[in-house]
Design a protein around this ligand. Structure first.
Ligand code: TRP
Length: 452
């Protein structure tokens, strides 16, 4: 065990910091366009099932791994698996989260840029102008990459300060602010004329759009949104105190995360329907569709539209920052502890690696022919590779480790805090981790590979 590595100061701090990791662009950017694309309420129902049946048990499994050894992910996996080979799963997680941070910073950088241009009023214009603005900006060479690096440096600044005075303090301030901003925009959006059709879209399921790939997307979205499968939760849990109830915390965090995703839907769809704009715009939804929505929906009150659009991009930037902090911490803890260098040194290594990925991903938007892989821009490739393959693989291996390989006594001890908690759901949880989660993940994989 590594001494003096710091812990979170309070249970509220734990919930807010971990929820801060979970709540991010996944909720506010990815969830709405996935929902819009896959049939609204029907997708949400499948998503909820994925969160409860696979997400929450998977989160608890990662918590068990992390808190047991109180060390970075690579070491945590090898300690509980009692072999260096299991440590490779931790290393895979660290690699995955580093790739995610690289491309996530690009999108987060777009958000910060949009925050600036919404303040200066440059986002106003006809729908064609707004769309043209986004395409020109995102595919230009220098500026978007710089904004991405700014996000990585801001993350770096929080992470080097450590767990309690960096990550926990930032989360305690940022999370309530984020929630407040979101509520203000939801109320404004739902008060617009014709907003109810957006609400209906979110609540009334249309199962005709549900295909097998919708399940795959819902699963990938659930993993991404809960920060699962990349050793992120494991790293955070390594800073949890011994009295934290892992099951309850996982449930609380998953509920908060889902609440925010649905609120994000309630913010975007009512305004989109009210302005008569199609909600299935894909990834460009928040950068092309929404500026138009804000302008048109609030055309009677342009000042409100102006303020709402500033609040919205501020919200996105904050949500992104609380998530990038968690991704950064995974690698920082690893380099710091395994290379026996200072935390600051570890953080710099991670900042350097992710900045390179960020620049390459950013350049790939304008020149997918040069910065591409398998016919895709690097940015899309990284998103697909991590959300659809690496996250489920990481979770699958974690479930196998916790369900089948780790000592039963150890696992039970972590779940029940050394038998001080009743552990009523222990067997149900173990059933999920041993059979249900691995089976579902495998089935979805086989389907994707065309085997079944
Ligand atoms: N969950 C975050 C979101 O919804 C993204 C995220 C943060 C993440 N840390 C992660 C995703 C680790 C995968 C792994 O935006």
């Amino acid at each position: 065990m590594i001494k003096d590595r710091g812990t979170f100061g309070s249970k509220l701090g734990i919930i807010l910091a971990t929820a801060g990791s979970a709540i991010g662009l996944g909720n506010i950017w990815r969830f709405p366009f996935m929902t819009g694309h896959n049939g609204g309420a029907a997708f949400i129902i499948i998503y909820l099932v994925c969160v409860m049946m696979l997400g929450v048990p998977g989160m608890i499994a990662e918590f068990v791994v992390g808190r047991h050894s109180s060390s970075n992910a690579a070491r945590a996996y090898s300690v509980i698996g009692n072999s260096k080979r299991w440590g490779l799963v931790g290393v895979l997680g660290i690699l995955t989260s580093t790739i995610i941070l690289g491309f996530y910073a690009v999108v987060a950088g777009w958000c910060v840029h949009y925050l600036f241009v919404s303040v200066s009023g440059q986002l106003a214009g006809t729908p064609e102008e707004v769309s043209h603005y986004f395409t020109t900006f995102s595919s230009s060479a220098l500026q978007p990459a710089l904004f991405g690096i700014v996000i990585i440096l801001a993350t770096h600044l929080v992470v080097v300060r450590g767990i309690r005075s960096g990550i926990e303090r930032a989360s305690k301030f940022l999370m309530p602010l984020l929630f407040l901003l979101l509520l203000v925009i939801v109320v404004a959006s739902c008060l617009l004329p014709g907003a109810w059709r957006g609400v209906e879209f979110l609540l009334k399921p249309d199962f005709s759009k549900v295909t097998a790939s919708v399940f795959l997307e819902a699963l990938g979205q659930a993993f991404f949104s809960l920060s699962l499968g990349t050793a992120c939760l494991c790293t955070f849990a390594s800073y949890f105190g011994r009295t934290v109830n892992l099951g309850r915390s996982a449930l609380q965090i998953a509920l908060l995360d889902t609440l925010i995703a649905i609120l994000a839907g309630l913010m975007i769809f009512p305004a989109a329907f009210s302005a008569g704009i199609s909600p299935d715009a894909g990834p460009s939804l928040i950068f092309i569709t929404l500026p138009n929505v804000f302008q048109q929906a609030f055309s009677a009150m342009p000042v409100v539209g102006y303020v709402i659009s500033i609040l919205f991009y501020a919200l996105l930037s904050l949500a992104a920052l609380t998530s990038t902090i968690s991704m950064h911490e995974i690698g920082t803890a690893f380099f710091h502890e395994e290379l026996h260098i200072s935390r600051r040194g570890g953080a710099w290594i991670l900042t350097a690696i992710t900045s390179v990925i960020c620049v390459l991903c950013s350049l790939s938007v304008g020149r997918p022919d040069i910065f591409g892989l398998f016919g895709m821009a690097l940015l899309d490739f990284c998103d697909m590779l991590t959300a659809q393959y690496l996250l489920p693989v990481g979770s699958l291996l974690t479930c196998i480790l916790v369900g089948w390989i780790a000592e039963h006594k150890t696992v039970r001890g972590e779940f029940t805090n050394g038998d001080t908690l009743p552990g009523r759901f222990f067997h149900l949880w173990l059933l999920c981790v041993k059979y249900i989660c691995p089976a579902c993940i495998l089935l979805i994989f086989l389907h994707q590979l065309g085997v079944i």
